[in-house]
Structure formats: C-alpha cells, structure tokens
Design a protein around this ligand. Structure first.
Ligand SMILES: NC(=O)c1ccc[n+]([C@@H]2O[C@H](COP(=O)([O-])OP(=O)(O)OC[C@H]3O[C@@H](n4cnc5c(N)ncnc54)[C@H](OP(=O)(O)O)[C@@H]3O)[C@@H](O)[C@H]2O)c1
Length: 362
C-alpha cells in the first residue's frame, strides 16, 4: 500500500516509478515508463482484458488506457469494440477478434502483454455457452495459455458469492472457475465483486423497469451493491501493484440492503411507483415462468436467476483498504443513474431518500 502511494507521487512528479524496476519474465525487458502522466503517457505495461466489452470491462479499459498503458481489446462483435478507440492515445488501444474456445486466438491476444485480466462471464446460459464453458473451462483455458506464454500476472474476476456448495449454478461455476484458474496460474489474483450498479447495470435499471421481479422472497433478500467505478478502479490499481498476486480480494459494497429497500429507493429517486399489480410469486411458480420464458431467443429472467433472488450476499469482509479505495454508498449516486426514468415534469425535483430499515440476519 505504501509502495503504491510512493509510486503514485513519483509518477505525478514526473520521476521514474517503482514498476520501472520490474522486468518481464518472458523477454527480460524492463517495464519503463516515460512521457507526462495522463492520456499521452506510456506506462510501459501492456494489458489484455478478456471480457472488456461488458459493463465492468469498458470502465476498466478506460481507466487503464488513461494511465498510458497499451490495452488489448479482445472482441466478438465489431460494434461492441468501437467505443474503445478514443479511450487511449494513438496505438494504445488494439482490438483483436477472439473466441473463448480458440487457444490460438487467446495466445495472439496476450502475446505481448505482461498483465492479463479475465472478466469474461455471463449471468445466464445461451444455446452455445453454458455457465461451465465460460466460467470454468473458458477461464481455465485463458489462464493456461497465459501461463504458457510467460505472462507475469493474471487477474481473474469471479463473484462475491462464488461457492462450490451454492444452490445457484452461476455461483458454483464461478467457484470452480477460481480453482481451475489457480491450478493453471498459481499466482493469479482472484477478485470477487458484489452486484454492481452504474449506467448500464442490471440492478437499478431492472428495479426501475421490472419491479415485480424483485419482489421474490417478499423483497427480503439481502445484497451488498457496489459501484462499478470503484470495482474498475480497484482492478486498475492492480496494474502497478504486484504485491497482491496469489490473493483473493473481496469487493462487496459498503452496506447490506434488502431488495425491498432498493425498490423504495428507486421509487423515491424516479418519483414513480414501483408498486405492481402482479401478485407476489412463490419460488416454484417463478422458476416455472422463467423456464417457459427461455423458449424465446432474447435473454429473459433465467431459472438460475430466480434461485439467486433467494440467496443473501456473502458476509465476507471487503479488501478495499489494500487497494486504496473507499467504496461509495448507493444513495448519493442513485439519482445520476436513475434520473432518466423521471418524467419531464419531475426531472429536476429534489429527492427524499427513504429510511434504511434495520436488518435481521436470515
Ligand atoms: N455485473 C455484476 O453485478 C457482477 C457482479 C459480480 C461479478 N461479476 C462478474 O464480473 C465480470 C464482468 O461483469 P459484467 O457485468 O461486465 O458482465 P457483462 O456485462 O455480462 O460482460 C461480460 C463480458 O464477458 C464476455 N463474454 C461472455 N460470454 C462470453 C463467451 N461465451 N465468449 C467470450 N466472451 C464472453 C462478454 O463479451 P460479449 O460482449 O462479446 O458478449 C463481455 O465482454 C463477469 O465475470 C461477471 O460474472 C459481475
């Protein structure tokens, strides 16, 4: 932590930094930074971010590119990769097509990188990719190729609730994926964020658009929502900080809240009622509805998501301090992300936040 502070103060004063002393094991070349700090700097690092085209990945790529690090952007859909071009200086953003099943493409994507992030993950299964193929065999494949190619550091993003004994297949495969990654790349850093909120999230947006789906378990399920920019900054701070290799870092939000409270918060911020006339569904009925809805080709609530709606977030203590970050509470940011759900008449009205209920552990 102290080294991180010293390094930052050196970088901001234009002097050589701690990571200049690192050499890459594959080429034995030193990592040398030069140029002024910021957009046009060159940090000397090259980073590949698998899964960067998603919600968290775009913020991470932007933060890393702004530090002057060359970022390799593996993509499946050309349109998803377009937004990255202006995030870094000329030549600093390199887009490459990839398929998680293709070892050669994975090797090409990380050939020149000294740090590899794996964010690839999906909270629903598709006809081509089940949870296992993305979170377990996919993650293992990327980690093994990275180890074989002599990459210095590997950061794997899992989930706060990853557990081999969970009722949810998503959480089970996240836990199994962690094990396989550690077997393939023993020094890998595992990062476990809680449910993230932000502009493109599936939390606040879904609460505002489909409130009835959040009333499962009578809205009593407890979660620890975390701001996506805090998680992205925590991951970006790992680039110059090599002392956290081999660690598992949990990144839950600062408070434990119920879905019931979050619905009240969304209603207070959007100034729209989250009351619904759809009766509260028992778990069996919700699972049956979710199974039926899988016959359409666009993603709707999956049966595993119904299971997750009944599982409280893990109570693991967060490792924020080691990453130099104080996680943000959801209330001060809710208006920024939810104002678009207000009507023109109420667009500038002030917000009166609901009182937080005291929680009893289930
Ligand atoms: N969002 C949360 O609240 C949350 C909380 C805790 C942990 N996490 C984990 O954090 C990571 C990033 O989350 P996110 O919210 O950014 O997820 P996201 O928006 O769903 O993005 C997931 C990324 O993984 C890629 N991906 C998914 N399936 C793939 C496949 N079969 N082959 C290749 N790439 C694939 C996606 O690529 P395409 O763009 O090509 O589809 C995308 O870049 C995930 O591992 C997720 O499980 C998320």
């Amino acid at each position: 932590m102290l080294l991180l502070r010293v390094q930052r103060s050196l970088v901001s004063s234009g002097k050589r930094a701690y990571h200049d002393l690192q050499t890459l094991p594959s080429t034995n070349k030193p990592v040398v930074s030069y140029g002024p700090p910021g957009y046009s700097a060159v940090s000397g690092h090259t980073v590949t971010i698998f899964g960067c085209t998603g919600f968290l990945g775009r913020y991470l790529a932007s933060k890393i590119a702004k530090m002057g690090t060359q970022v390799i952007i593996p993509y499946r859909d050309e349109d998803e990769a377009r937004i990255f071009k202006p995030m870094g200086d000329l030549g600093q953003i390199v887009r490459m097509e990839w398929d998680i099943r293709n070892e050669e493409q994975i090797a090409e994507c990380l050939r020149h990188s000294d740090i590899v992030f794996n964010l690839a993950g999906r909270d629903f299964e598709t006809k081509n990719f089940d949870f296992e193929s993305v979170h377990v065999s996919g993650a293992e494949r990327i980690a093994s190729v990275a180890a074989r190619s002599g990459v210095s550091r590997f950061v794997h993003v899992s989930h706060l609730n990853a557990s081999a004994t969970s009722e949810s297949k998503f959480y089970q495969t996240k836990a199994l994926g962690e094990e396989r990654v550690k077997a393939a790349f023993p020094n890998a850093t595992i990062v476990r964020p809680g449910s993230m909120f932000g502009y493109e999230d599936k939390l606040l947006n879904s609460l505002a658009m489909s409130p009835w789906w959040w009333k499962l378990n009578s809205g009593k399920t407890q979660i620890r929502p975390v701001h996506v920019l805090d998680v992205a900054q925590a991951l970006a701070n790992l680039v110059p900080e090599s002392s956290l290799s081999s660690r598992t870092l949990s990144l839950p939000g600062p408070s434990t809240l119920t879905y019931d409270y979050l619905l009240d918060l969304v209603s207070a911020v959007t100034l729209r009622s989250t009351h619904s006339y759809v009766p509260a569904m028992p778990q069996g009925v919700a699972t049956a509805v979710a199974k039926l809805s899988q016959s359409v080709w666009w993603p709707l609530m999956s049966p595993d998501e119904v299971t997750r709606r009944y599982l409280n977030d893990s109570e693991t203590v967060g490792d924020w301090e080691e990453l130099g970050i104080t996680p943000s509470e959801i209330e001060p940011l809710a208006l920024k992300y939810l104002r678009r759900y207000r009507s023109a008449e109420t667009y500038t009205e002030p917000v009166e936040f609901p009182a937080r209920p005291s929680l009893t552990t289930a």
